[in-house]
Design a protein around this ligand. Structure first.
Ligand code: PLP
Length: 456
């Protein structure tokens, strides 16, 4: 059994920038994921064509073209970068919100400055505060924890399962009379098992905030993610699908929740544009923040949104080819997919027998230029130093001064299943520009490893 110190000092729990975090995870076991065609020549016996560089890159920027440039220029020429007024007639954020709501299948959408801000708005919309508990998966991004803490509420971790997302049974076990909300996070491009999660949430009267930051455009049983819960949130940071560098959105079908999210993102205001959308104000003003989206951001996102389905088609084709090419291999078990058609294809994930086997597999795959890594882009939150120590901006923070807040213990004991799953999974990162030649190479190398060719 590992000591807490050993577990906490893993690279995944380090306080580093996202860029460093992803780079470190990818390079964790050696080779970089990008290779030259020269270096990779001859790695696949199945195909004699030279192998192009294998670089997953960034999805949204790979699709930047004249549409983004023209939209940006329109804002620049109108000299109106603020969404509500200026010398011209700013429309970019408004139009993006309307198009985004339509594509996500919700009544309302709100553009904000980041996915983190979107989570803060969603939590504020529900009126989560001191004395409330919010259930969050033990493996996810920091913002799912900080949005609860910043509201003064208590984060309660639930295990992930082999979907790599919230375990519905453990979610049910963690509910108490104080549980106000749950945040199912559609992590690593794959939808959560929403049917059992929604059933438990409805029966136990727990509000649902879907975090779609890592799965923008994904779906579950034909419905776009974000439209199934009470609220949905998205991130448009560069590692996601559509991107404006930074940016986020909140969606809802509920006019009151939408109004409260709008008020929170704009210092309590509910401007006429929003009142027209919802049919008038329903809630009193309350203290909010400034998370307003700029017209430049709205311009880029409006252009990117027209290409979302194209991005997903490219990713899904490669992911599906690779999944089909390796499924059933001895010693490898693919990630459980509650709805394979709804996965956005940013990665292919499989489980091996042990942490040592995972590391050996990643090393062997990287040596043959396959972009293999441990699970990346999130954190084993209960092992994070600030979480374990319940450290906040003020020693008397209400999250941890209630009896439940004082009693709760984080650390590895609260999520053994999550740690075990994290330790055994290998990730193959997928890029939107992978060619059939690249996909064949990845399949051949993985097959070689699991059928013995690379076991020496
Ligand atoms: C699951 C998840 N939720 C929320 C966020 C926060 O998004 P942002 O970086 O735009 O604040 C991220 C960012 O990576 C994320 O991965």
């Amino acid at each position: 059994m590992k000591t807490l110190k050993e577990v906490v000092s893993r690279p995944t729990a380090d306080r580093v920038s996202r860029r460093q975090f992803l780079a470190a995870s990818t390079a964790l076991l050696g080779a970089a994921s990008t290779v030259t065609s020269r270096a990779a020549e001859g790695t696949s016996a199945a195909n004699a064509d030279p192998l192009p560089p294998i670089d997953p890159g960034y999805v949204g920027p790979a699709f930047f073209d004249a549409r983004e440039r023209e939209a940006l220029l329109e804002v620049w020429e109108s000299r109106s970068p603020f969404r509500y007024w200026g010398p011209g007639q700013p429309v970019k954020v408004r139009e993006f919100e309307e198009a985004f709501a339509k594509q996500m299948g919700t009544r309302f959408a709100l553009g904000v400055t980041s996915g983190t801000a979107a989570l803060d708005c969603a939590v504020a919309a529900l009126g989560v505060g001191p004395g409330d508990e919010v259930i969050v998966p033990a493996y996810t991004w920091w913002s799912d924890y900080t949005c609860v803490v910043h509201a003064g509420a208590l984060p309660v971790f639930a295990e992930i399962d082999r979907t790599l997302n919230l375990d519905p049974e453990d979610f049910a076990r963690r509910i108490t009379p104080r549980t106000k909300a749950v945040i199912p996070v559609h992590l690593l491009g794959g939808p959560c098992a929403m049917d059992p999660i929604l059933q438990v949430a409805r029966e136990r009267r727990v509000a649902v905030i879907e975090d779609c930051a890592q799965c923008v455009g994904g779906s579950y049983r034909g419905r776009r993610l974000g439209s199934l819960g009470d609220l949905g949130i998205y991130s448009f940071q560069i590692n996601k699908t559509i991107t404006s560098g930074e940016g986020g959105a909140v969606v809802s079908n509920d006019p009151l929740l939408y109004e409260r999210a709008v008020r929170f993102h704009d210092m309590g205001s509910f401007r006429s544009l929003f009142a027209e959308r919802t049919g008038g104000a329903r809630a009193p003003v309350f203290a909010g923040e400034n998370f307003r989206m700029s017209e430049f951001t709205g311009a880029v996102l409006g252009a990117q949104l027209t290409k979302l389905d194209q991005m997903l088609a490219a990713l899904r084709t490669s992911a599906e080819t690779i999944r089909k090419g390796i499924e059933g291999l001895p010693g490898l078990r693919l990630r459980t997919q509650p709805d394979p058609a709804g996965d956005i294809g940013t990665g292919v994930f499989f489980e091996v027998a042990s942490r040592a086997e995972r590391d050996r597999c990643i090393r062997a795959l990287q040596q043959q230029h396959v972009p293999a890594a441990t699970l990346t882009g999130s954190v084993l939150l209960p092992l994070d130093e600030a979480v374990v120590a319940k450290r906040t901006r003020h020693a008397a923070w209400p999250s941890f001064t209630s009896p439940e807040g004082r009693a709760i213990r984080y650390g590895p004991e609260c999520c053994p299943q999550t740690i075990e799953i994290f330790d055994r999974f290998v990730q193959i990162r997928i890029g939107p520009r992978y060619t059939p030649r690249i996909n064949d190479h990845i399949v051949a190398v993985i097959r070689g490893f699991f059928t013995g060719a690379a076991k020496s």
